[in-house]
Design a protein around this ligand. Structure first.
Ligand code: GLN
Ligand code: ZN
Length: 748
């Protein structure tokens, strides 16, 4: 029995890579310094994995930004404009990821999307008729070599061709046109790696856990039959994760590959599939240690599963890359009784090795010790919470009167101009703001001083918003570290790690809180600052909350009760907050559901039954009791929701804003076609990039919106909150936005 992992967190134990990369962005270190740093970090990580005792160690799972982008970059799948930038290779790479605006040119960043059902984002490769696929980078080879020189033989990993094509966007072309060229470059990679002495290659094909039927299945088979005709002596592992491969299992096991990686945590049918037969001449890389959650593995269950699988050649593995969990529990200061329930990335390595030892008969104690952890209930249930949940009925989930009646009432109440302008909530979280919060947290400054600081910021930004003529203002969220943790800190049942960062995109990380027990609100969360901000201006200031589904989705969930139940608990807590805001004079409340879309089951057939049927009512529960004149906004960081429009409408908010500009506003066609009922604010520019959109650009976008959505329903706002932006660019962009809106308004 041997052990393997699919990938390791690349950001470093203390997010070192983030800090160095950002220094590089600020021109504080040179390209060489950044590269040297990354090299050392990779080496350190390989050594950790090796020392833990893992047999199959991946390489090329490292990335300066994203591995899908790395793959596109490797194969020259990049827009012409980027090739023409007179910048170093690394800077052209970063230009694709973040956009570039400077004396060498002006290009937009590639679109960015969530990676399957995670909060990690990948950059969407763009194919054009003119795309000329060829090997133009050496990263995968260099990193293999680097490890080899350090005495570590790795298994290079790369996004597989089927997943690459499925995740990409095609302009004046289609995936089929590129199959042969792609196969040729993948084979060149095989050959080069084989020449370098690699034994295995790992092709990541998570796309296989979606519905792979009809032409998709044909495409998959066509690709792999051709690709595997020549492996140049390499052993190939097709690695899947985030679900089971029920549509292509029979195809997969017939392919001439040496290894197949399956996920037994999220793959509900994986066990059943394997039990129908798994070839003796292949290795099953069995993903039994959860790569996405932070609870300890229950060895007894894993061992039983392995027995039930009854497969000749098994390698113990994780369910997905460990990229999705924090680095290590070592630096946390939870008491030992709590700590003992957690396994982060590094600890998961030990779990694999312990399981291996138990199976080899060399460690009897490990199993007993592990079993003791699961013997008694981890937490005592909160009776009040369960009672409140039991008392819910149909009315608890229904807001009255109807959307249309409310729209009339609110029109009178607010008397807004056409194309009302607003922002999504947060303003730049400068170093000063972050430092102040951190000092306050460490008791280095008094409550009074801290409050003065926050109040001063709110006032400054209110004044600016008034000056540029925004219609609905926000307080700026300066007091919040993050849109989930801030709420969790005021909820019972939550735990927080100090250092549990997980990469979200590029250098940005999130630190998901941990749902430890039953959740309830201990004190008002946002009332103080919302009320304060409203008291400082005659204009309306939007209250700003995070919705229950997003709080749940961006936390590490419990495994001892259902996610549905946890979400309802959170919804009840946020409902209290909504009513509190309303009672304190807040007239518009935005309840962000940034992460609602991302947890849609990967298979369409499961969307409603497994998720939306409880997630949407949970959102409704939050605002079902507000007055008709209170306007409820929601915000989603994702534009691809046209396929769930009925569900979005039944959230029954009055207004929704969403990210759109990075996805070319395609969503508008669908909104038009489906007669979308809510008022909408499709983001008119991309906030993920530091570039400043011009008034002309925004005006054009607004016209595009107006050509598809009735003017009475349109709101004008950026894509998302501005917390990650610098002050200058944030202000300039929003000023251009208000100017553009006012100009277009005159034409209406
Ligand atoms: N209100 C939040 C903000 O502006 C929304 C963030 C998000 O959607 N991710 O930061
Ligand atoms: Zn957003």
């Amino acid at each position: 029995m041997t052990t393997s992992i699919i990938g390791f967190p690349r950001i470093g134990e203390k997010r070192e890579l983030k800090f160095q990369t950002e220094k590089y962005f600020r021109n504080e270190i040179t390209e060489q310094e950044l590269k040297d740093f990354a090299k050392n970090l990779r080496l350190k990580h390989w050594q950790i994995i090796k020392q833990a005792g893992i047999d199959y160690i991946p390489s090329n799972d490292f990335s300066f930004f994203d591995t899908t982008l790395d793959t596109a970059f490797l194969f020259n799948i990049i827009p012409e404009a980027d090739k023409e930038l007179k910048l170093s290779k690394l800077d052209r790479y970063f230009a694709l990821a973040r956009g570039y605006q400077g004396d060498k040119g002006d290009i937009k960043a590639l679109p960015m999307k969530k990676w399957f059902n995670t909060n990690y984002h990948y950059l969407v490769p763009q194919f054009f008729k003119t795309t000329d696929i060829k090997l133009t980078d050496t990263k995968i080879f260099d990193e293999f070599q680097e490890a080899k020189e350090a005495g570590i033989k790795t298994r290079p990993t790369i996004v597989g061709p089927f997943t690459l094509l499925s995740l990409s966007e095609f302009h004046d072309s289609k995936p089929q046109n590129f199959v042969d060229d792609l196969i040729s470059v993948y084979q060149q990679v095989f050959k080069k790696l084989a020449d370098q002495g690699a034994e295995w290659i790992q092709l990541d094909e998570p796309e296989l856990v979606k519905d792979v039927i009809g032409s998709d299945r044909e495409l998959f088979n066509e690709i792999y039959q051709k690709l595997l005709q020549n492996k140049f002596g390499l052993k190939v592992l097709i690695q899947t994760y985030f679900g089971d491969v029920r549509d292509v299992y029979s195809d997969l096991i017939d392919l001439p590959v040496e290894g197949i990686g399956l996920d037994f945590i999220e793959g509900r049918k994986s066990k059943e599939l394997v039990q129908t037969g798994f070839p003796d001449d292949k290795i099953l890389f069995a993903g039994i240690v959860n790569g996405k959650n932070i609870w300890r593995n229950h060895y007894q269950d894993s061992l039983q599963l392995l027995k039930d699988l009854n497969v000749k050649n098994i390698v113990l593995s994780t369910s997905c890359s460990l990229l999705h969990v924090p680095f290590t529990i070592e630096n946390e200061d939870f008491p030992i009784e709590i700590k003992s329930h957690f396994a982060f990335a590094k600890e998961k390595l030990s779990e694999l090795v312990e399981l291996q030892k138990i199976l080899n008969g060399s460690d009897k104690n490990a199993e007993i010790k592990n079993n003791n952890l699961f013997k008694k209930a981890r937490v005592t249930p909160n009776k009040k919470v369960s009672q409140a949940i039991n008392n819910l009925n149909k009315d608890s989930f229904t807001r009255t009167p109807s959307l249309q009646k409310r729209a009339e009432i609110q029109k009178k109440e607010f008397n807004l101009p056409l194309l009302p302008t607003t922002t999504i909530g947060s303003f730049p979280q400068t170093r000063e703001v972050k430092q102040f919060r951190s000092k306050f947290r460490h008791n280095e400054i008094s409550q009074e001083k801290y409050d003065d600081f926050i109040a001063k910021h709110i006032n400054e930004w209110l004044k600016w918003q008034e000056d540029i003529g925004l219609d609905i203002l926000v307080h700026g969220e300066f007091e919040r570290n993050d849109m989930v943790e801030y709420f969790g800190q005021n909820l019972d049942g939550y735990l927080f790690s100090k250092n549990g960062w997980v990469q979200s995109y590029g250098t940005r990380g999130v630190k998901p809180p941990i749902i430890w027990g039953d959740v309830s609100r201990v004190r008002p969360i946002t009332v103080k600052w919302s009320k304060y901000a409203q008291s400082q201006t005659k204009k309306i200031v939007k209250g700003m909350l995070t919705g229950p589904v997003t709080i749940l989705n961006w936390s590490f969930p419990r495994e001892d009760i259902s996610v549905k139940e946890s979400t309802l608990q959170i919804a009840l807590a946020i409902q209290e907050e909504v009513l509190d805001l309303e009672a304190n004079g807040i007239k518009i409340i935005q309840i962000d559901e940034a992460a609602l879309r991302e947890k849609l089951p990967l298979r369409k057939t499961d969307w409603y039954s497994e998720y939306l049927d409880w997630a949407i009512p949970a959102f409704r529960l939050v605002h079902s009791k507000v007055k008709p004149e209170t306007q409820i906004h929601t915000h989603m960081c994702y534009s691809e929701f046209t396929d769930i429009i009925p569900a979005i409408e039944s959230m029954d908010a009055d207004v929704i804003s969403f990210e759109a500009s990075r996805s070319n506003l395609e969503i508008l066609d669908e909104l038009q076609k489906q007669h979308f009922k809510l008022q909408v604010g499709p983001g008119v520019y991309d906030i993920h990039s530091p570039r400043i959109p011009s008034v002309e650009e925004i005006t054009k976008t607004i016209h595009a919106i107006l050509s598809k959505v009735p003017k009475e329903k349109v709101w004008i706002n950026p894509d998302c909150g501005l917390k990650t932006r610098g002050i200058t660019e944030a202000k300039a962009s929003v000023e251009n936005l208000t100017t553009a809106a006012k100009e277009v308004r005159k034409e209406l």
